[in-house]
Ligand binder design. Sequence first.
Ligand code: CUA
Length: 385
Amino acid sequence: MRSLPEIQRQLLDPDRSWRVPLTPTGSACTLPPFLRVFEHWSIRLFRPLDAVSREQSILHKTLLAALLTLIAGCSTVEPPEWRTLHPESDFGHLILNVYGDLFWWTAGIFVVVELLLVYALLRFRSRRTDSEVPEQVHGFTALEIGWTLLPAAILFFIAIPTVRTIFQLQGPPPGGDPLEITVIGHQWWWEFQYPELGIVTANELHVPVGRTANLALSSADVIHSFWVPQLGGKRDLNPGSENRLWFTPTKTGVYHGQCAELCGTSHANMRMRVFVDDSATFAEWTTSMREPATPDSAGAMAFQMSGCAACHAIAGTPAQGKVGPNLTNVGRRTTLAASMIPNTPEKMADWLRAPDSVKPGALMPDLNLDEQRIRDLVQFLEGLR
Ligand code: CUA
């Protein structure tokens, strides 16, 4: 095991190869320039821990912990679609507007308070010529009423746009003809049903751009939370009751989502993708989902014989299981295992071989499939498109 000073030296090595621009997850602050300044100072501040006094060592460890905490919020792998501060839906913009307003109001309050503070520090500072203790004042009723009423008034003004937006977002979807979608949370994947279209799918939601998606959220087991930072959420999926959430996507693209309520072992691996399609692409997708290609019967037989069909459904085949994700057209999906791994034959084989090692706690059992059976199943499933 490497010693702390050794790890520290490596971390602070200005030439280290992984020093690439960092993107913070969940926010869009311009961290890279800031981080470079921080890094510059930390390299000056930190000397190896074994070459400093005890006090300096405590300071250095504290600063190192702060630096590591900061870096923990960053990632070089998460795609930019995680940016909460760049919404691509009406829902996201409504929330960002409240956030933006409050930010500038509080920035104004901060400036006023700091100016008053600096004025008081300069104006009433102790001078060499002062010979007496200044007059001691206490019990200034007007001042006490003032500093009670002023924060109350500020909170009141903050409450107005906040409450208005809450009512707006909890209300019915704007505009007519929303696309109704039922979202059911499962440990640890997402079920998407389109009741009007007769489509059931999993983990990759397709919605048309410019049309409001009206989601009915519930859960099959424990509490989950729907959260697609650029589009909508967070809103809980509760077993036994229904929550609603609507959003109107404003830009085509792929948006990443994540369960936002601790729901068990693989909570962090309960991800999803939302594809905001133009109307032609969405129409093509719905057609392909409603009229899936007839799968080859040998593969369908292997699927049936291996026990997969007990949990999974595939439209157009005898497989009608309801416990696991619906696999109709699974070959068209970009990811597997709730957006954990890319949908490639190799990754699908890994998943079938040992689900638990891809996704800890996965409820899909290890069926002890032999390699030939895995190859047959991969060929069959990847061909469903
Ligand atoms: Cu589902 Cu966390």
